[in-house]
Design a protein around this ligand. Structure first.
Ligand code: ZN
Length: 215
């Protein structure tokens, strides 16, 4: 496949696969959980999404599968391969449809579940006042509120993919969403930016879990 052989995409897949292995070592992917993707640089209508059921300690650049993000179809050459992209592929493809993201990370890190529980029953986890919020693209001050959308977990991923759209579009400068009892999605313009945003989220989780504030 020409796009797979494109040096640019190959380098990005290698970079993301390496990040996946590092994230795995820090507890983001217990029991093969979590999923990851890129928007192809050379074929912008294609998303490269992680394969289902792979032990993330062994994840490589060969574990991405190409899908057209508008039709949700895998490229013809891959359709009969018996390989399957993540069960949560629809969430990734929706984020590419409605944002300018080029990389999406989905982690099951325990702190993201505990943090979401602090905002039980609320549609957003509202965060404010931390200097590290400036780690998010476009944010220049700690003096603002960010509403991280929170959703109930479900196995109906197609429905969830529809539900997340208005919440993502409602706010600029938010680069993540929480699924209760499940995990966190984070995105950015590049692998590097998505990683930086994830680091900000992890810091926020720890801060709110360890501070004694009421929410
Ligand atoms: Zn998940």
């Amino acid at each position: 496949m020409s796009f797979i052989n494109s040096a640019q995409d190959y380098e990005e897949m290698k970079k993301l696969a390496s990040l996946v292995r590092v994230m795995n070592s820090f507890g983001h992917n217990p029991a093969t959980s979590g999923n990851y993707s890129l928007r192809s640089k050379t074929s912008p209508e294609i998303a490269l999404v992680s394969e289902s059921g792979i032990d993330k300690s062994k994840f490589t650049e060969d574990n991405f599968l190409p899908l057209y993000y508008k039709t949700r179809q895998m490229l013809d050459d891959y359709k009969n391969s018996g390989r399957k992209s993540s069960d949560e592929t629809d969430i990734h493809l929706t984020i590419y449809q409605i944002t300018n993201a080029n990389c999406v990370l989905h982690s099951h890190i325990l702190d993201s579940l505990l943090f979401a529980d602090l905002f039980y029953g609320k549609p957003y986890a509202t965060i404010e006042g931390l200097e590290l919020l400036k780690g998010f693209k476009g944010i220049k001050t700690h003096e603002l509120k960010i509403n991280i959308p929170c959703f109930e977990n479900t196995q109906d991923i197609a429905l969830l993919a529809e539900q997340i759209k208005p919440a993502i579009l409602a706010q600029e400068n938010n680069y993540g969403l929480l699924l209760r009892g499940h995990g966190v999605y984070v995105w950015g313009d590049s692998v590097e930016e998505a990683k930086r945003h994830l680091e900000v989220f992890e810091y926020i989780f720890k801060y709110y879990l360890n501070s004694r504030r009421g929410y």
